[in-house]
Design a protein around this ligand. Structure first.
Ligand code: FEO
Length: 393
C-alpha cells in the first residue's frame, strides 16, 4: 500500500511469479494488478480490484490504508485480472456500488454473477464527486476489450486508463525509475495485447490529448510520472511508419530450410536491412510479437510436414494473423521432400495481414546454386520495396 498523491493510494498486488497470461502470453518479468484507492472528503472509491488469486492481499492492503468503507468500486474492464476480486470485495464492503458503463456491467454479470442491483452505470464523460475529488470517466473501447473505460481524477490530474499504457512488469518501484526497461516491457505489452487495436488506440489517444495529465496510473506495471514518455511511445507504435527490418520466424528439421535462412539473413544484412531471426523451436513468442510492432517485412521459413507448414510455423502465422501488425510485405522460404502446399497454406493463414506477398522461394531438398540466386533475388526485391517506402538507402 503506497501513496501516489494525498489520499490517492496504490493498493494493488505485485505478482512476481506469474509467467503466463491467458495461458498464452509469456510474462518474463511477472506482472502487477494495480488497484487504486481514492479517499474524497465525502466518499471513497476503489478503482479496479485484482486477480482473484490475490484477493487476500488486496483486502489486507485496504485495511492497511485505513479503509473504513468503500462507496464505489470503479470497474474499468471486465477481464478478471481486474474484476475477479469484485465479488469478494463486495462481500467485505457490502455498502459499495460497482460503477461502470452499461457494456461492462453486462459482462461483469455474465462473468462474475454480480447482482444487477449492485451497479451504477455511467456515460462517457460523466463525472462522479467524492467531495473534494472528482472522477471523470472516459470510454476507451478496444484497449483491449470493447467495454474498457478509464478515469481522470480532475483535481490531481491523474489518468487511470486501465490496461491502456500498461506493462507486465513486477517491480518494487511505484513510479517508473528505469525508462528503458519499462519501455521494453510496455512495448511487449502493446505487441501482445494492444497491437490488433491500432486504429481504436489512435482514436483513444486523440480523446485524451486535451487532458492535463501529470500522472498515468495503469492497471499493470509502474505509474508514469512523466506521461509524455509512454504517450509518445504509443504514438510511434500505432503510426503507419515501419522500419527497415525483416522478421524471420522459422523452423528447420533437417537443415535444408536452416541453410536457406542462414544464407538469406546474410543476404539481407549485406543489403543494409536489419534482421530479427527467430528459431520457433526455442523462441519466446513475446519477442516475436515485439519485433512485429515496427518491421516492414515478415518472411516465414518452413519445411514441409505432411503436405503443409511445420505446425510451429503455422502457430506463428496464426499468432501474427491475430496480432495484425502494420507489416507491409511478406514472403515464404523453405524446403520440401516430395511435394505439398506449404506456401499456399501459410498464405492462407496470414490473411489479416495487409501485406504484399513477394514471390516465395520453395526448394526441393537441400538448396542448390539456383536456389541461393532466388534468395538473393528475394533480398533484392525486399530492399527495393523498402526503398520505395524511403526506409532503406
Ligand atoms: Fe489487464 Fe485486459 O486485463
Amino acid at each position: 500500500m503506497r501513496q501516489l498523491k494525498t489520499n490517492v493510494y496504490a493498493v494493488g498486488v505485485i505478482d512476481w511469479d506469474r509467467r503466463l497470461f491467458d495461458e498464452l502470453i509469456p510474462l518474463p518479468d511477472g506482472t502487477s494488478y494495480n488497484s487504486y484507492l481514492i479517499k474524497g472528503s465525502e466518499k471513497t472509491a476503489l478503482l479496479d480490484t485484482v486477480d482473484p488469486t490475490k484477493t487476500a492481499v488486496l483486502a489486507d492492503n485496504l485495511v492497511k490504508a485505513g479503509t473504513d468503507g468503500i462507496d464505489y468500486i470503479i470497474a474499468h474492464h471486465a477481464e478478471q485480472d481486474h474484476s475477479g476480486s469484485i465479488p469478494d470485495i463486495l462481500a467485505l464492503y457490502p455498502e459499495a456500488k460497482v460503477v461502470t458503463n452499461p457494456k461492462c456491467k453486462g459482462m461483469l454479470i455474465d462473468l462474475l454473477n454480480i447482482s444487477e442491483d449492485k451497479f451504477i452505470t455511467v456515460d462517457d464523460g460523466q463525472t462522479l464527486s467524492l467531495g473534494d475529488k472528482t472522477l471523470q470517466f472516459f470510454y476507451v473501447p478496444w484497449v483491449h476489450w470493447p467495454e474498457t473505460m478509464g478515469t481522470y481524477l480532475q483535481e490531481d490530474k491523474i489518468l487511470f486508463p486501465c490496461d491502456f499504457f500498461g506493462s507486465h512488469l513486477a517491480t518494487s518501484s511505484l513510479f517508473v525509475d528505469d525508462e528503458q526497461g519499462v519501455y521494453e516491457a510496455a512495448k511487449r505489452y502493446y505487441a501482445e495485447i494492444m497491437m490488433p487495436f491500432r486504429m481504436p488506440i489512435r482514436k483513444n489517444l486523440e480523446k485524451i490529448k486535451n487532458l492535463q495529465i501529470e500522472m498515468i496510473a495503469p492497471s499493470h506495471g509502474p505509474v508514469y510520472d512523466n506521461p509524455e514518455f509512454i504517450i509518445d511511445a504509443y504514438k510511434d507504435w500505432v503510426s503507419d511508419e515501419v522500419s527497415n527490418e525483416v522478421v524471420l520466424p522459422f523452423i528447420s528439421m533437417h537443415a535444408s530450410t536452416g541453410k536457406m535462412v542462414e544464407y538469406f539473413v546474410n543476404a539481407l544484412i549485406d543489403r543494409g536491412i536489419t534482421v530479427k531471426q527467430f528459431n520457433l523451436s526455442v523462441t519466446d513468442i513475446g519477442e516475436l510479437a515485439i519485433s512485429l510492432v515496427d518491421a516492414a517485412t515478415i518472411v516465414l521459413g518452413s519445411p514441409t510436414v505432411l503436405t503443409g507448414a511445420h505446425p510451429q510455423v503455422a502457430y506463428a502465422c496464426i499468432l501474427a494473423n491475430a496480432l495484425r501488425p502494420k507489416t507491409k510485405f511478406a514472403s515464404i522460404i523453405g524446403s520440401y521432400g516430395w511435394g505439398g502446399r506449404c506456401a499456399e497454406q501459410i498464405t492462407g493463414l496470414i490473411g489479416n495481414l495487409k501485406v504484399e506477398l513477394l514471390e516465395p522461394v520453395i526448394v526441393k531438398g537441400c538448396p542448390k546454386d539456383d536456389d541461393f540466386v532466388a534468395l538473393d533475388r528475394l533480398a533484392d526485391e525486399i530492399l527495393a520495396k523498402h526503398k520505395e517506402l524511403k526506409i532503406a538507402d
